[in-house]
Design a protein around this ligand. Structure first.
Ligand code: SF4
Length: 321
């Protein structure tokens, strides 16, 4: 399988005044062509920071790329110029964010926002861009196209705006779509419609998707592989079957035990006691040691390394290596 994106040994610090926050530590993963990889974990675990780091969208005043490589095919995105990166954002890698009300500009017509990337990257022909926008808006289920294109975001519902965000993200037929909690600000009744829509568009265009979510139960039904993040690190990664049916890391196990079952109304849900530590307060040893029910002495003293359980399944825990 061809690797589209490879992140290798990524370390990122945030510097705020005289404090250093090691927000991402030793993160490595690949995304294959036409594959959907989910990154899951609680808020504050580094999922969004990792996704923004891919095209260097982190705030330049505080973000420091300490080490690591991010390859899009053979090109290391951390070593190319800003001009070259601008040529990649929106064309080869595009994003959908959680809240379409804040990701779309309230002062610009939908037409201008949907066509923007096409006009920059593909062709300056406005008629051609509008035709492409209409084609994609139709695909995502938007009707009354002329009216919608001339409307402003505040004239539409959240569900409709997220469909428009998806159309805008697909204007240049990207190789990789990064969807950061794209359904969590949307009415629960249309969440599954939006996911079905993303899957259909992905099949038609053969693009890859990095899907970010706090909800491991949600992604289990439609992604190919799952990476579990905790406190700035990948703690487990594998195929859906490996991670869901045979989770190895205590954090993954706890996340799964906190997901309600469709079949067991009496099920007692797990609460993971405590909170994710702030990046400047990560424990010396295992980052999960302050909340882990299986903590041992060596967990407090030494950081566990990521360990291969199979060719495709890895866990970062002293129980396995
Ligand atoms: Fe728990 Fe130790 Fe494994 Fe960390 S290394 S997850 S503390 S058992």
């Amino acid at each position: 399988m061809e690797k589209l994106l490879q992140i290798q040994d990524l370390h990122i610090n945030f510097r705020v005044e005289d404090k250093v926050f090691p927000v991402i530590q030793d993160v490595s993963f690949d995304i294959n062509s036409s594959e959907i990889l989910a990154l899951v974990g609680e808020s504050g675990c580094g999922k969004t920071v990792t996704s923004l780091a891919i095209t260097k969208l982190l705030p330049i005043k505080i973000a420091e790329y300490v080490s690591g490589k991010i390859f899009l095919k053979n090109q290391n995105l951390l070593q190319i110029s800003n001009k070259e990166l601008k040529g990649i954002r929106g064309k080869f890698i595009s994003y959908i964010f959680q809240d379409p009300f804040t990701s779309l500009n309230p002062l610009k017509k939908i037409k201008d926002q949907v066509t923007e990337s096409y006009l920059i990257h593909i062709s300056s022909n406005e008629m051609e861009a509008i035709e492409r926008a209409k084609f994609l808006l139709n695909k995502v289920g938007i009707t009354d196209l002329d009216d919608r294109l001339n409307a402003y975001p505040n004239q539409m519902s959240g569900g409709m705006l997220q469909r428009i965000s998806i159309a805008a993200a697909l204007m240049c037929s990207p190789s990789l779509l990064i969807a950061d909690e794209p359904t969590s600000a949307i009415d629960v009744t249309i969440q599954s419609q939006l996911i079905d829509l993303l899957l259909r568009l992905k099949e038609e265009s053969r693009m890859s998707i990095l899907f970010i979510s706090h909800d491991i139960g949600l992604v289990a039904s439609f992604v190919d592989r799952i990476g579990v993040m905790y406190a700035g690190q990948i703690v487990e990664i594998g195929t859906v079957d490996e991670v869901i049916d045979s989770p190895k890391h205590p954090y993954t196990q706890a996340l799964l035990e906190s997901v309600p079952s469709d079949f067991d109304a009496q099920q007692k849900l797990k609460v993971i006691e405590g909170i994710v530590p702030a990046p400047n307060e990560y424990p010396k040893g295992c980052h999960f040691s302050t909340r882990c029910e299986k903590v041992m002495e060596k967990c407090i003293l030494n950081k566990p390394k990521i360990f291969g359980i199979s060719e495709t399944h890895f866990s970062r825990c002293h129980l396995f290596g």
